[in-house]
Design a protein around this ligand. Structure first.
Ligand code: CP
Length: 353
């Protein structure tokens, strides 16, 4: 990790083994959400603060649910209900929160670099829940988990390698933190990446990620195994990047006709919120190839895994799979000894892939 293993600020410097550890841990936790009693004692006595300076439905709620399912105390702070409306700076807000000794602050902020900045001024773990157009690492990790489940289902045969997968990302690449984090993660894992959008939202510089650039969505999805649609982000666009939403949807909306050009077992992802009829047709968003609700469900398990790996003493962050795998077992045993009979099973790392 760029700023030490206690933080998750982005996927740019996270290794393939660390990604695998996080996905394996999340996979072990998926079934907790299907139980009648959806709770493990793992983070009992720990405190997680959700500091959201920008609106969110999925990320904020799933971090709160994830913390509570691990028995941590979760506190939510939004801009409108905080002293930031009275002019308090982000740094002062963070220092005051840190003085109350949380174990982790989950931050979403409209400014790129805000999470890294906070990691430099407070002592607890910082998780980036989306900073401007920079990164949204937990979204990309839950996307990778969803893709991995479909290409190599646990307990099923016929698994495929990341290197065999063609992943097409379509939309407002320029402003998308989801695209950036997925680009880093997919590149690390070795997938073939295609990017597609209007030239104004897809600068040539994106070739440096090792991606192929397309301006025609039909060409971009031809034979693709995964299609990831992105939202048009009015709030982060300062200029006129296309003539109108009608024009954009005419050329880049994912319709059933476009999906027909992809692989027969294609899966379709979207981080949400959806602009139905703009970047994705309702028949596709709600259709048989869509895994959008699986992404949302996986978001809870994935965020439980990240909180666990960062907060549990001895887990040593998410640096190095051997360290993390050992830590999972050690912390697991400790929690079990304290009465969490089911923790061992729930947190047992998945078999090596
Ligand atoms: N995908 C995502 O970040 O959604 P929210 O803005 O609702 O958190």
């Amino acid at each position: 990790m760029a700023l030490g293993s206690r933080h998750l600020l982005g996927l740019e410097n996270v290794s393939a083994t660390d990604i695998a550890v996080l996905l394996d841990t999340a996979e072990s936790l998926v079934e907790v959400s299907r139980r009648e009693v959806k709770k493990l004692p793992t983070l009992r006595g720990k405190t997680v603060v959700n500091l959201f300076v920008e609106n969110s439905t999925r990320t904020r709620t799933s971090f709160e649910i994830a913390a509570k399912r691990l028995s941590a105390d979760a506190v939510n702070i939004s801009t409108s209900a905080s002293s930031m409306t009275k002019g308090e700076t982000l740094e002062d807000t963070a220092r005051n929160l840190a003085a109350m000794a949380p174990d982790c602050i989950v931050v979403r902020h409209p400014a790129s670099g805000a999470a890294r900045f906070l990691a430099g001024v407070v002592d607890c773990s910082i998780i980036n829940a989306g900073d401007g157009s920079h990164e949204h690492p937990t979204q990309a990790l839950l996307d990778l988990l969803t893709i991995r489940q479909r290409m190599n289902p646990p307990g099923g045969g016929g698994g495929r390698d990341w290197k065999d997968l063609v992943v097409t990302i379509v939309g407002d690449i320029l402003h998308s933190r989801v695209a950036r984090s997925n680009l880093y993660g997919l590149r690390t894992l070795g997938a073939k990446i295609r990017l597609c959008g209007p030239p104004t939202l897809l600068p040539e510089e994106f070739r440096s990620f090792g991606a192929e650039l397309y301006y025609d969505v039909g060409e971009a999805v031809k034979g693709a195994d995964v299609i990831m649609m992105l939202r048009i982000q009015h709030e982060r666009q300062m200029g006129n990047f296309f003539p109108s939403l009608n024009e954009y949807s005419r050329y880049y909306c994912l319709t059933a006709d476009v999906v027909a050009k992809a692989s027969p077992d294609v899966i379709i992802l979207h981080p949400g919120p959806l602009n139905r009829g703009i970047e994705i047709a309702s028949e596709v968003a709600d259709g048989p190839y869509s895994v959008i609700m699986s992404q949302v469900a996986n978001g809870v398990a994935l965020r439980m895994a990240v909180l666990y790996q960062l907060i549990v003493p001895g887990a040593d962050g998410i640096r190095g799979s051997e360290v993390s795998r050992t830590a999972v077992t050690a912390a697991d045993t400790r929690a079990q000894a304290e009465g969490g009979d089911e923790v061992r099973t729930a947190l047992r790392p998945a078999a090596p892939r």
